[in-house]
Ligand binder design. Sequence first.
Ligand SMILES: Nc1nc2c(ncn2[C@@H]2O[C@H](COP(=O)(O)OP(=O)(O)O)[C@@H](O)[C@H]2O)c(=O)[nH]1
Ligand SMILES: [Mg+2]
Length: 316
Amino acid sequence: MSDETAAPTGSGDSWTQRLFGGFRKTSERLTENLSGIVGSTRLDDAQLDELEDALILTDLGPRAAARIRESLAAARFERGADEQAIKETVAAEIAAILRPVAKPLEIVAFPRPQVILVIGVNGSGKTTTIAKLANLFQEQDYSVMLAAGDTFRAAAIGQLAVWAERIGVPLVRGAEGGDPASIVFDAVKRATAEGTDVLIVDTAGRLQNKRELMDELAKIRRVLGRLNPEAPHDVVLVLDATNGQNALSQIAIFKEVAGVSGLIMTKLDGTARGGVLVAAAEQYGLPIHAIGVGERIDDLRPFDPDLVARVIAGIA
Ligand SMILES: Nc1nc2c(ncn2[C@@H]2O[C@H](COP(=O)(O)OP(=O)(O)O)[C@@H](O)[C@H]2O)c(=O)[nH]1
Ligand SMILES: [Mg+2]
C-alpha cells in the first residue's frame, strides 16, 4: 500500500491516492476506533457505546457515528469480526449517507445561459474551481463564459483572466473596485447574445463584513433576476476541506446571506479533514456537486459517493 503515499503523478490512480491523503486523518481515527471490536462475534452494548462515543469525536459527525453504530450492531460476524468485514459495513453506511446528495452540476437551463454563481470565503478555492468547472464543461462540449465578480482586489481579476486565457474561454471583467452587479449584467447580456451555454460568476468572499457581502450578493441576484427570472440557476458554495468544522459554520452563514443550492469541496488532498464532508451531507442535505484534490485544471471531478466512502473506511 506504499503507493498511497506516492507523489501525485497526474495518472488516473493518483486521483484516488490524493483522496486518501485528504481523508487520511478521518480514516486513521476511524480505523483506530474500529480496531477494538476486531474479533468479536457479537458486539455488546458497552462496546457499541464506546465505539459510538469515539466516532462522535471524529469529524464524521454525531449522526454518522450513530448510524455506523446501528449497522455494526445489526451485522452478524459469524466467525468473528475481521477488519475487512467491519470496514465494508462502515463504508456501506457512509455511502448511504453520501449517495442521496451526490448530484453533478448539469446544464439544463432554457433559455441559455445557465448562470452559476460561485460563492465562498476568500481562499476557499473559488477562482481555481471556476477554471476547473469551465474546463469540465468545455470537455462536455458546452460553451462557457466567465464573469469576474470579485472586484475587490485587482489580483483576483488577474487570476481569473490568466485561467480564462489558458483554457480559452471569454471573460467579462471590469475595473478593480467596480460594481460586481454591473459586470454580471454585462456578462449575462453578452452570454445571451452569443448563445453561450454556461456563465460562471466569480464573487468576493469577504465574510469580515457580513452585511456588505449580503448586500453585494443580493444586488447580483436582483440584477440576474431582472434579465432572467430563473437566474442564478445554481448558487455553488466552495468549501475548503482543510477548514474542518469551520466548513460547517460557513454553510450556515452562506445559506443565510446568499442561499446555497449546492456544494463543492476543495483541497481534499494534503492534510485535509475530509470527514467533514459526511457531516455536511448529514446536517444540511445540500447537493455535493464535485470535489477538488489539487491546484491543476483537471483536479476536479464529480463527487463519487461510493469511492469516497471506501476511502474513508480505508478500503478503496
Ligand atoms: N491543494 C489544493 N489547493 C487548492 C485547491 N483548490 C484551490 N487551491 C489553492 O488554494 C488557493 C486559493 O484558491 P483561490 O481559487 O484563489 O481561492 P478564492 O480566494 O476562493 O478564489 C490557491 O493557491 C489555489 O491554488 C485544491 O483542491 N487543492
Ligand atoms: Mg478568487
